[in-house]
Structures are given as C-alpha cells and as structure tokens.
Design a protein around this ligand. Structure first.
Ligand code: SAH
Length: 384
C-alpha cells in the first residue's frame, strides 16, 4: 500500500473527474455518481456497499476518502459548536456549527493561519501556515453534517481561519463541490465568501458564474483608520475594494455584505458612519455589524456600541444587521479561531501575546482546553 499522502483525495474531485477515474478502472461512469454521493456523506470506501467489492478494493489501494481526523469538539451553551480536525501533516483546522432557527450554518476555514494580520483577529496572530486543499474544506462540512444528522446544513460561510480569496482555486472548487446535487447540495446563494478585500480576486470571482454571496470585511470607512485595522488596505485602499465590490454586484446581481467589527470609540463614530454610507452609495449593500469578540487576552464584546452604531447608520439610510455573537464561550466566534499545536507557532505577532498563551502543546486535546469559569462567564460576555 502506498504512502497516504501520495494518494489522491477523492473528496476534492467533481463527479465528472471521478467518472474519468472509475472509467479508467474499467467501471461504468455511473459508478462515479455513487462514489460522489457516498464521499459527501462521509463514508469510507469500505462503507460504499452498493459498489462492487473489487472496485472498493481498488479505491482503497489508490485513493483516499478524505483526510481529516476529528480532534475534538466543544459545544457552547448557545448551541454553537467548535470542531477541531487534525490534518495529515499534524495541523489543526477549526470549523464552527451554528444552528439558528430552521437554518444551520457551518463556518469553514480556508487556510491554516492567515497572512493578513487584521487587528482584531486571533487567526492573523499566527501568520500563514498553509492553504487548505479543496477536499479539506469540503470535508469540514461533510463531517459537521454527519454529526448534525438528521438535520441538514443549509448554509456555509467562509469566515473561519484564513483569507478565502488568497486560496482562490481551492475555495472556488470547494464551492462547486458543496453546491453539487448528489453531494451536500448547499445552494450557492447560501454560501458566503468573506474577504478582507482583495480586488483582483473579487473581480475574478464575479466571472465564475456562481451565485455566491460576497462579504467584505470593511471595519472602517476611511483609509487612515482601515490602514490600521486591516493592513492590506495599504496596498488595496477602500476605493479599489469598493470598485471591485461594485463590479461583483453588477455581474452577479447580488448585494454586498459589509462586515464591520465594532470597536467602541475607534470605528463607531458619526464620521465613520457618514463616510461608510457615502462610499457605498449606489451599491446594493447591507452592513453586518459584529460586536468585537474577545480574542485571548482581549476585551469582551460591547453589544451596546454595536446597537448605537447601527442606529447611526440606519438614520443615514443604510440597511444594517447586528450579528449575535455565537460560540464565544468556546472561542469559536468570529475572529477567535486560532490553533495552538506544536509547530504552528510562526514568527511575527505571536511574541506579542503573553507567554502562557503562546505555550505550544503537542497533544490534540490541547486544541480544546478547558477554560476557567471566570473567563467563560464574565458579565460582559453575554450574547447580544
Ligand atoms: N479573511 C476573511 C474571512 C475570515 S474572518 C475576512 O477577513 O473576511 C471572518 C470575519 O470575522 C471577518 O469579518 C473578520 O473581520 C471578523 N473578525 C475577526 N476578528 C474578530 C473579532 N475579534 N470579533 C469579531 N469579528 C472578528
């Protein structure tokens, strides 16, 4: 048997690619549809019981059905759950399951770590470790779905670890795989890609013929402030990002969601509200306010500030929603995903954290450490 890493992960193959593979193995093409559907239900080759035994055996020999190992899971009192998976190279990928009413959203990671170092975000503190493969992205949803049966995952948001548009090919392939009938079949309109604002890739995404939603993490409406909060703004200032958002919206007919983490006293001023409405004029958009979640060692969310800023924006005519903070108790809320395994510490901002926070552990359970009650139940930690 070959080395696991050398085998193709069939989870990242589209049905037509699987058809080439099974035909190459002397099997009829329709077998590919069966394989695809099993794979996306999280089955191993051995479990694909309606396939001929010899085909199953060949597949085991030459390919893999996914590659992630469940490392641990933590459920918050609000029902949101953070799942950590171990990759083949010993890294950790985190995903979050968010049940809300009849819908269920899975927040997936697109990279291990992130190169963009946005000011509030815990993932950025570790720098970029590597891109995830499309199979590793899809498998997060497959595994969460398997755990969530008989309920269905209805929405997928690329708001976990990483910058999805910096891992463009894998992310677009993952969207196509997630969207396929016969697989998880998540509607493209129910898939949201969130970006810190990479104009070239936003324009490229507009041409993919996908109905995905685009969220742009704006966080500030003047370049002076955004340069500080989202460092990539120095290379791609607000005007460029908004122009690309306009292009996306024109090409796809979709509204743009501006993500805006509210940092009290910093980006929630009347001036920022006024500028935001001015720069977005003529664009179908909405503003998604996110109370800032505490990253390790930082302050708790300030729900009042978000509500106040929402009122300011609405008065100026903007459509605004204030996101309820979910999963904060398990450090699974926006901006809190960060892995803490051996070998994942990268140079850069890690040193800025207090020594005990950067301590690396080499056992997987360390990704779900027990947190002390005091940190979990601080009075300002209440969800909105
Ligand atoms: N890189 C992408 C997607 C990952 S972050 C992006 O920048 O959009 C998903 C969202 O969580 C972004 O809007 C991000 O700005 C937000 N976020 C980061 N840190 C946060 C924090 N501490 N509290 C609340 N939201 C945060």
């Amino acid at each position: 048997m070959g080395n696991r890493e050398e085998k193709a992960d069939l989870l990242q193959m589209l049905p037509e690619e699987l058809a080439d593979l099974v035909v190459g193995l002397g099997q009829p093409a329709y077998r590919a549809r069966q394989v695809f559907s099993w794979l996306h239900r999280g089955a191993s080759f051995e479990e694909m019981t309606d396939l001929p035994r010899d085909l199953r055996a060949r597949l085991v020999e030459i390919a893999r059905a996914g590659s992630l190992e469940m490392a641990c899971e933590e459920t918050a009192p609000d029902g949101a759950a953070k799942l950590a998976f171990r990759t083949e190279d010993g890294r950790v990928v985190e995903s979050v399951l968010i049940p809300h009413g009849r819908r269920t959203t899975v927040c997936v990671s697109s990279q291990i770590g992130c190169a963009f170092a946005c000011r509030f975000c815990a993932t950025g503190e570790q720098g970029l470790v590597r891109n995830l493969a499309a199979g590793e992205i899809v498998e997060q949803v497959v595994r969460v779905q398997a755990r969530w049966r008989p309920n269905r995952v209805s929405n997928v948001v690329f708001m976990g670890m990483g910058e999805p548009l910096a891992n463009y090919e894998a992310v677009v392939r993952a969207v196509r795989l997630l969207n396929r009938p016969g697989g998880l079949h998540v509607g493209a309109r129910r898939i949201a890609i969130s970006t810190c604002g990479l104009p070239e890739q936003m324009r490229r995404l507009a041409e993919e013929g996908l109905q995905v939603a685009l969220a742009v993490s704006l966080h500030a409406a003047t370049d002076e402030l955004r340069d500080e909060l989202v460092p990539i703004n120095k290379r791609h200032p607000i005007s460029e990002v908004i122009a690309a958002a306009r292009h996306f919206s024109r090409r796809t007919g979709r509204k743009i969601a501006f993500q805006y983490v509210v940092a009290p006293g910093l980006n929630d001023t009347q001036e920022q509200a006024r500028r935001l409405v001015a720069i977005a004029r003529g664009l179908p958009y909405m503003v998604n306010l996110i109370p800032r979640n505490p990253t390790v060692g930082s302050e708790s969310p300030d729900a009042d500030a978000a509500a106040r800023f929402a009122r300011l924006l609405r008065k100026l005519g903007a459509e605004v929603s204030v996101r309820r903070s979910r999963g904060a108790e398990v450090l699974g809320a926006c901006g809190q995903l960060r892995t803490r395994l051996a070998g994942q510490k990268s140079a850069g901002r890690a040193e800025a954290r207090p020594a005990k926070r950067v301590q690396q552990r080499d056992d997987v359970a360390a990704t779900c450490p027990r947190r002390r009650r005091s940190r979990r139940q601080g009075p300002r930690r209440r969800a909105l």
